[in-house]
Design a binder for this molecule. Structure first.
Ligand SMILES: Nc1ncnc2c1ncn2[C@@H]1O[C@H](COP(=O)(O)OP(=O)(O)OP(=O)(O)O)[C@@H](O)[C@H]1O
Length: 644
């Protein structure tokens, strides 16, 4: 299990993601370009219209109230505007134009909001579902490392960060761009000298922002990592709540969560500390720009051009300048938010694409064939396998590392099973029995040798047809929250109630189900906790009956139940395994006595193979185990003494 401190496979692939936001736009933004383009166009219109009132006001002051000059507006031809007199017409024109400008601003802001929202949420819907789909296809090795918390954090936190970015930050950036360009243009047109004074703050703002972005980025990466670690901790502690309670380790778990939460707090504060400098710095610069404009413009107005300035400044121009500088301040103060959201989104999309880039090694070959209909002949041919400690290795190097000796779990395993035969696997715990059968399902791929079903190497057939032909009843029976009927139908969603009941009867589950308050519609609770272990197992057997696979894997299926339940389960399993190639792992040898062949697995090798009688006659490990279970302990002791 990986601890939060360890370098995870996420880190490896996240570090390699290049231009993550570009990828976000090119892979997900492009298909939604209509919303984006529509939104941007509406935004330009809305912002341009919002700049009109200060301009109209300035023009009106100069022409209507002070009578300094003719009514003039940038871009608009003079012939479209009312003549110098009568003033009332000019006033009316200005008043109507201001109302229209506000109206246009409102309508286009609304249009823009709708289009931008649709763009952001459509993109995120696609990102979220794609990420989940990809996550599901990842190899078991990935999940063995218990990355659930981190994956949850990609699907939840990172997706929300991107949503905020696409929704808010993009809107604000577009607004800022239009405002800065529009305002700077108007100011330069009206009085370029005063405009330079007002706009002098911009280079300083750019420098401050670049410094902030460069410094804050690594801190954001650390913050995202620690929220992932915290989620992993929480997820682990919650899913192990029973163990925590029975081991009395609440305070230990609280301590671990406290540590993870503290790391998150520390990393968040390190981001915020920079914000404390940046945000007020931005406001100060914006405020200074306003103050300097007011002072220089004011002196100019009542004393004539100060210092090296020349030319005239009318009252209307001064008012327009002051109003526009004010307009400047609000979107500029937004820059810090935008940068914040941008940095956050960059870190988040690195994680989204980092997850996306983790290679799926167990998947269909381009020329994989459909194996069905399956007869059920299974062959293991010199199979070698080990769980790799670093399965993802060096991303640049496609060649798999040779299996280190200490990692070998299965070594030269060979056996075969004919259609309809039952093969029992017995042997000491940790010998590799479950591993042998997990390889048949291709939860992992062999490192050497071959496994064949009906003569096909299982790596050459589609995973869907392979897994569809194999039914699995495992040690830990997992049920989804839902009704009993839904759980039996899981995977065979089209089955009708009659089929479900038949399957439950075959699994000896019908009786206890009908005794439940809501029968087949009883909800089983999270992970099926409202059913007993034996009941869960029978529901899972019923599901397999319904699946009707040609090959069956039973892993310790009768563990942890009372004798009567064991008998019921055994009877249902015997029925289920008739006419199917069955592999059954059991510690109680009485249940495997009738198998067509028994494999004794020891330290990753098939130590003995034969029928019950043949193995007893051979008087080896199986005979010793059998005798031990049937009461001959002295003999076992002797056997072990010889071995050690
Ligand atoms: N996902 C995994 N990652 C790494 N090692 C594993 C993994 N699963 C099992 N192992 C190791 O592989 C070895 C064989 O385990 P396996 O579960 O196949 O044994 P088993 O014979 O089925 O044991 P049992 O009878 O206790 O179920 C063990 O040493 C175990 O620690």
């Amino acid at each position: 299990m990986s601890t939060p401190e360890e370098e995870s496979v996420f880190d490896t692939y996240r570090d390699r993601v290049e231009r993550p936001l570009y990828r976000l736009f090119s892979e997900y933004g492009v298909p939604e370009w209509k919303y984006f383009a529509g939104g941007m166009a509406a935004n330009v219109v809305a912002r341009a219209a919002s700049l009109l009132p200060p301009l109209l006001l300035g023009a009106a002051i100069d022409s209507v109230f002070t009578g300094d000059s003719a009514f003039s507006l940038p871009v608009v031809p003079a012939s479209w505007l009312p003549a110098t007199a009568p003033d009332a017409a000019q006033f009316q024109f200005a008043a109507v134009a201001i109302v229209v400008a506000f109206f246009v601003t409102a309508v286009f802001t609304w249009l823009y909001g709708v289009a931008a929202n649709l763009f952001a949420h459509r993109v995120m819907h696609a990102v979220r579902t794609d990420s989940f789909e990809k996550m599901q296809r990842l190899d078991m090795t990935f999940f063995d490392d218990k990355q659930t918390g981190e994956v949850m954090s990609v699907l939840n936190n990172d997706a929300s960060n991107l949503e905020v970015f696409l929704d808010n930050a993009l809107q604000n950036t577009a607004r800022l761009a239009v405002m800065v360009v529009g305002i700077a243009g108007i100011m330069l047109w009206m009085n370029w000298q005063l405009a330079i004074v007002t706009l002098a703050a911009i280079p300083l703002i750019v420098v401050l922002t670049l410094w902030f972005m460069r410094t804050v980025e690594p801190r954001y990466v650390a913050q995202r990592q620690s929220i992932g670690d915290l989620n992993t901790r929480l997820e682990n502690a919650l899913s192990g709540v029973e163990l925590v309670k029975t081991s009395n380790t609440e305070s230990y778990e609280t301590g671990r969560v406290r540590d993870a939460s503290y790391s998150f707090f520390r990393d968040t504060m390190s981001v915020l500390k920079l914000n404390y400098l940046y945000r007020p710095g931005m406001e100060l610069l914006a405020g200074l720009s306003f103050a300097v404009t007011f002072v220089v413009g004011g002196i100019w107005l009542f004393q004539g051009p100060p210092l090296f300035f020349s030319g005239t400044l009318s009252t209307g121009e001064f008012v327009t300048f002051i109003l526009l500088t004010q307009r400047f301040v609000t979107p500029l103060a937004e820059v810090s938010n935008i940068v914040d959201q941008y940095e956050n989104a960059k870190a988040s999309s690195e994680r989204v694409f980092g997850l996306r880039d983790i290679p799926v090694r167990i998947q269909d070959d381009a020329d994989a064939t459909d194996i069905s209909p399956v007869e059920g002949r299974v062959e293991y041919d010199d199979v070698t396998f080990g769980y790799e400690s670093d399965p993802y290795g060096d991303p640049d190097d496609d060649t798999p590392d040779p299996l280190a000796d200490e990692d070998v779990i299965l070594d030269g395993v060979s056996f075969d099973a004919d259609p309809g035969e039952t093969t029992a696997l017995v042997g000491p715990t940790g010998a590799g029995k479950s591993t042998i059968l997990k390889l048949l399902l291709r939860l992992y791929d062999v490192d050497g040798g071959e496994i064949r079903v009906d003569g096909h190497d299982i790596r050459d057939v589609t995973l869907e047809s392979l897994r569809g032909a194999i039914g699995y009843v495992g040690q830990d029976t997992f049920l989804f929250d839902g009704t009993i009927a839904e759980n039996i139908k899981y995977g065979e969603f089209d089955a009708d109630r009659e089929d479900v009941v038949e399957a439950a009867k075959a699994a000896e589950a019908h009786q206890f189900i009908t005794e439940m308050p809501n029968g087949y519609d009883t909800r089983v609770g999270e992970r099926g906790v409202k059913l007993s272990g034996g009941q869960r197992q029978r529901v899972s057997i019923a599901r397999t009956v319904l699946q009707d696979p040609e090959i069956l894997i039973l892993d310790e299926a009768t563990s942890a139940v009372d004798t009567e339940t064991e008998f019921l389960i055994q009877r249902s399993l015997d029925r289920l395994s008739e006419d199917r190639t069955t592999f059954s792992i059991a510690h109680r040898l009485s249940t495997v006595k009738n198998a067509d062949q028994i494999l004794v697995v020891e330290a990753g090798e098939v130590a003995e193979r034969g029928t019950h009688q043949e193995l007893l006659d051979a008087d080896g490990v199986y005979a010793a185990l059998w005798n031990a279970q049937t009461g001959d302990r002295d003999r076992l002791k002797q056997e072990l003494d010889i071995e050690t």
